[in-house]
Ligand binder design. Structure first.
Ligand code: 5GP
Length: 142
């Protein structure tokens, strides 16, 4: 287990803090966000404790991936939304406030949902070649 301070999500998993539970199995828990950006804003967390996504084990990551699309379908069906964002923040500079890995599922309505500023650059070919080569090496693939 990774050493970290107890977060509100640890308390929710332990049943010490109540939540509106949407889904639970032995590896993950989904519940409604207490400060929704839109109706149906839902959080999905692993039961394995980690602050950041890159700290998660493969089995915990797989468990999240197994449930996430099903959870999105339920959010869409119940809210009537046809568009949504899945966002996962890592680090306070990236807007993370609760330091326990979580995915947000945020339905998008005309005036409600996630606001995004997306300031796209252009991919430099030499830099791209270098980045991809180094990342492949980091991941142990050719
Ligand atoms: P972050 O900015 O860390 O990605 O998002 C943390 C989210 O957790 C926020 O959207 C916030 O509303 C939600 N949150 C914080 N405390 C609680 C809580 O006690 N219960 C629930 N259900 N959500 C919480």
């Amino acid at each position: 287990m990774i050493e970290q301070e107890v977060t509100i999500f640890d308390r929710i998993i332990a049943g010490e803090t109540p939540c509106h539970r949407v889904y639970e199995d032995d590896q993950v828990l989904a519940f409604l966000d207490i400060g929704p950006l839109s109706d149906g804003h839902t959080l999905l967390i692993p039961k394995e404790r980690a602050r950041y996504l890159h700290e998660l084990s493969d089995p915990a990551a797989a468990a999240l991936g197994r449930v996430l699309p099903r959870l999105c379908r339920a959010v869409l069906a119940v809210t009537g939304a046809t568009a949504y964002n899945v966002i996962q923040n890592n680090g306070s500079a990236a807007h993370q406030a609760v330091f326990y890995v979580h995915f947000h599922i945020i339905p998008k309505f005309p005036n409600r949902g996630l606001g995004i500023s997306w300031s796209a650059g252009s991919l430099d070919s030499a830099r791209a070649t270098e980045l991809a080569r180094k990342m492949r090496a980091e991941m142990g693939v050719g």
